[in-house]
Design a binder for this molecule. Sequence first.
Ligand code: TRP
Length: 333
Amino acid sequence: MQAPSAKSQNKKRILSGVKPTGKAHIGNYLGAMKNHVAMQDEFESYIFIADLHSLTSVKNKKELQQLIIDLALDYLALGINPDKTVFFRQSDIPEHAELTWILNCVTPMSMLELAHAYKDSKARGDKEINAGLFDYPVLMAADILAYEADLVPVGKDQKQHVEIARDIAGKFNRIYGEVFTIPEPYIPEEVAVIPGTDGQKMSKSYGNAIEIFAPDKELKKQVMGIVTDSTPLEQPKNPDEDLVFKFYSYLSTAEEKKSLAEKYRAGGFGYGDAKKLLLEKLMDELKPYREEREKLKQNTGYVTDVLKKGADKAKLIASATKAEVWEKVGLNI
Ligand code: TRP
């Protein structure tokens, strides 16, 4: 019989986590979620809801519960297929937290002091930075290393965390012997950083997000709110300096992009017109997922069942890694 952690012979294993902290926006969708769905055919795929990571910022029980279910609904609606992807919740697998402790003990504090999340929080002058935020990259390393992931598909902002996971894995392997696979970050170049409707990084907390599952009216308002310059309607416009065009390009073929660029350059075409085209495009792309989500919402029993079955599969791998680690460090007497 194959050992539970035996990898598929011909497929690389990918793993990624997404924090339930807010409504999914087009930055999450284009930067990560869409890609996760696309990759499940080619790779042996593990996707999980990083609910333990959310605890560094979400302190309300009801809110967290809702965020977890919402994110599960989002992913299933977008096409994560539980027959192809092991889709689970981080907190269902105690090994994540257990391995974090072991990894903490080989991780230099100086490395974590350089991690963005902590550094930014400190630079902002946040009064109470919790130890969880400081240790965030180590929990993330445990997530990745527990499953011997080869590739970690993430947005550019998470690259540093994957590099920290690589360093921690290397350090552990040097001290105790080869256990961990050294993971590679996998970042689709063309959509690495999605701007918000005001040109800053898209984030719920900046109020500049386009939420993929927002009600129609709300979605329209978000698209119409994209910031543009004040070039009058009649005048030619430069598509390369416009956000509406940028969003449109993420969703379009080269041909469609070219045709819109021509309209911009010809003049007599306003940003309002461009926004209408973008909204149509967005609705075309999202319609099937939005409908699917409405259906799934009626059946949250199915959703929790999928997560439970995913956890059963994930557990086999994580517990095999734990056994190996416990043996190496001397905890298995
Ligand atoms: N930190 C990631 C984010 O904020 C989420 C995450 C947690 C993750 N654990 C992970 C991503 C493991 C990839 C692999 O987006």
